[in-house]
Design a protein around this ligand. Structure first.
Ligand code: ARG
Length: 597
């Protein structure tokens, strides 16, 4: 069945067409800007008339009237349309259209087709997590992994082919010191038991034993040069460091539901930086500065040579070595040529903002000079993780918190809550120990993920166990519980939530609580659009939280399992749609859900 104009997105198209039909001047330049409306005014609202009319010295209200008069009949069949204030156009779904929408968007697949338009046919490379090798992941590595995965899933759901690329920091001067330490003090038993822990110890020893200007640092440098020149022993060691690191990282990724398509770290671009130097020199974008190859962006106040303390982009160091800028330039080109990326997203904390601004400025000039197609470039940043005192999150004795320990603690804390709740249940309904553990694992990890995602990523994120594990509020336990409760209604009803036979007897939503819930369900594609366009998953979190709230109001106002079969079918249909929307949304955020908890 085809339901016309069911989404904010489709209203956009309809209004654009209406602009042409109405003969508006410069109709192609009119952007309707259809957004989810305040429920007081309707379901969707078009705000674009105001800016359009203002720029052309027209009366916005008159323009809105012209547009409304030119709307196709299908829109008027589906919506009550009104004009408000200076020229906002409000759309309220009529009950029959609301019902038709619910029938059409019954499954995750149907929701996906509704959302797919934005990125269909495009390849997007997402560079996230990207830790440095030979070190454990710590709490500072959490956000990039969690936010990056949610962004991958959002992009994929909106039609993109997503390449998840773990851009490991696996090349650099630290390997000289690590090899130095390894060759002297490696403990085979410790390497077998916890290899990455041992590598960290060896790096620290190597670092401490090689102070600047000592003969030992010369030795460490020789190890590095030997590695860079392909010395078989050092190359074999370095490979082993990468393998061991990746295996340890993978254990964390498994717990977070992350699977990378490639791990093209800095070392991969080692033989690809030569072309960057050549092309940047030949196009006169880079210049020599005391032997180094650098790029200034004079038009940009912060990166101009005319500032007090110039801060150029260092393409090649004075000693001829490549660096973070060199490999990132080569990476941008590789992603564009090899993956044919339409978009590149790099997820790191805000402290790398300068680097990526300079990178993108340089790439734009370089690609324009060479006639290369420029992909969309996004640096997705996030704030720091702090304790409740606002300071960097540390262990009690001031050390860094390992990510593994943090996830363990999340599961342990969730386990304590789950077992305590379980003891209060009637004997016959209690979970087994195994079930308690599975629930705790899911709830614990989901809580950590969701707490990170639910806030605007630009803010610092205050880490609070009590808040993230709370059953009330905008938390994972609250949403997972809403999901489990809907499953339990279907168990009681003796039907499967995916059983679409229900729909044939279900009538259109009628009571205020039913209608409020249905109207919220219809906004899911718009929530996805907003989260996807801004690359900010918290918009989706907020939507899911509000949906769970509307569901809970519906649940207290209207009994679902009533005797009247038509009424029961109608309410079960709303339960089924809420379930598929909540689960789809939570999975898009990277969370796992439960059928019981
Ligand atoms: N390895 C870097 C770090 O730990 C992050 C890399 C981000 N990606 C990139 N293409 N530079 O800070």
């Amino acid at each position: 069945m085809h339901v016309a104009f069911h989404l904010a997105v489709d209203l956009d198209t309809a209004l654009q067409t209406a602009a042409t039909t109405a003969g508006l001047a410069d109709a192609a330049a009119f952007t309707p800007e259809v957004r989810t409306a305040d429920p007081k005014h309707g379901d969707f609202q078009a705000n674009g008339t105001l800016g359009y009319a203002k720029a052309r010295k027209l009366n916005p209200r008159a323009t809105a009237e012209q547009l409304v008069a030119a709307l196709p009949a299908a829109v008027r069949d589906a919506y009550d349309v009104s004009i408000a204030g200076p020229g906002f156009i409000n759309f309220t779904l009529k009950p029959a259209a609301l019902h038709a929408w619910l029938r059409t968007f019954a499954t995750r697949e149907a929701l996906a087709t509704g959302a797919a338009a934005a990125h269909t046919g495009q390849t997007w490379v997402v560079d996230y997590s990207s830790p440095n090798t030979a070190k454990q992941m710590h709490v500072g590595h959490l956000r990039s992994a969690v936010i990056g995965e949610a962004i991958c899933r959002l992009l994929a759901f909106t039609g993109a082919r997503v390449i998840r690329d773990n851009h490991l920091g696996d090349w650099g001067t630290q390997f000289g010191k690590l090899i130095y330490g390894y060759k002297r003090w490696a403990d085979p038993a410790a390497l077998a038991a916890d290899p990455i822990e041992e590598l960290e110890r060896l790096y620290k020893l190597g670092h401490a034993a090689t102070p600047d200007d000592s003969p030992a640092i010369e030795e460490a440098r020789r190890e590095l040069v030997a590695l860079q020149n392909g010395d078989p022993e050092n190359v074999a060691l370095w490979k082993k460091f990468s393998e061991v690191s990746l295996a340890a990282f993978q254990q964390i990724y498994d717990r977070l539901g992350i699977q990378f398509d490639c791990n093209l770290g800095e070392s991969f671009y080692n033989d690809k930086v030569g072309r960057v130097y050549t092309e940047l020199v030949e196009t006169k974008i880079a210049e020599d500065s005391h032997g180094a190859l650098v790029v200034f962006h004079d038009e940009h106040p912060r990166f101009s040579r005319h500032t007090e303390r110039p801060n150029p982009f260092m393409v090649r160091k004075a000693d001829g070595a490549s660096g973070y800028a060199s490999t990132d330039l080569a990476t941008a080109l590789y992603r564009t040529e090899h993956f044919q990326a339409a978009g590149i997203v790099i997820v790191t904390d805000f402290r790398q903002t300068d680097h990526f601004e300079q990178l993108f400025l340089t790439v734009k000039k370089w690609f324009a000079a060479k006639g290369y197609r420029l992909p969309e470039l996004h640096h997705v940043t996030f704030g720091a993780v702090t304790g409740e005192d606002g300071k960097a999150l540390k262990t009690r004795d001031g050390g860094v918190i390992k990510l593994k320990a943090l996830l363990d603690e999340a599961e342990d804390r969730a386990h304590a809550i789950v077992t305590a709740k379980n003891a209060e249940r009637p004997e016959a309904e209690r979970f087994s120990d195994d079930e308690c553990r599975t629930i705790a694992r899911t709830v614990g990890i989901a809580s950590v993920q969701y707490a990170d995602l639910a806030q605007n990523r630009s803010s610092n994120y205050v880490f609070s166990w009590d808040k993230m594990l709370a059953l009330d509020g905008n938390t994972a336990p609250y949403l997972l519980y809403a999901v489990a409760r809907i499953y339990s209604i279907f168990r009681k009803a003796g039907v499967a939530p995916a059983d679409l036979a229900l729909d044939t007897t279900a009538t259109a939503p009628e009571t205020p609580a039913e209608r409020m819930l249905a109207r919220k369900l219809v906004k899911f594609p718009d929530a996805l659009r907003v989260a996807g366009e801004s690359l900010r998953p918290h918009f989706l979190c907020l939507y899911l939280f509000e949906l769970a709230g509307d569901y809970s109001s519906f649940n207290s106002a209207d009994k679902v399992l009533v005797d009247d079969p038509a009424l029961r079918a109608r309410r079960l249909m709303l339960c089924a749609r809420t379930l598929v929307t909540l689960e789809t949304g939570l999975h898009l955020l990277g969370l796992r859900t439960l059928t019981r908890m």
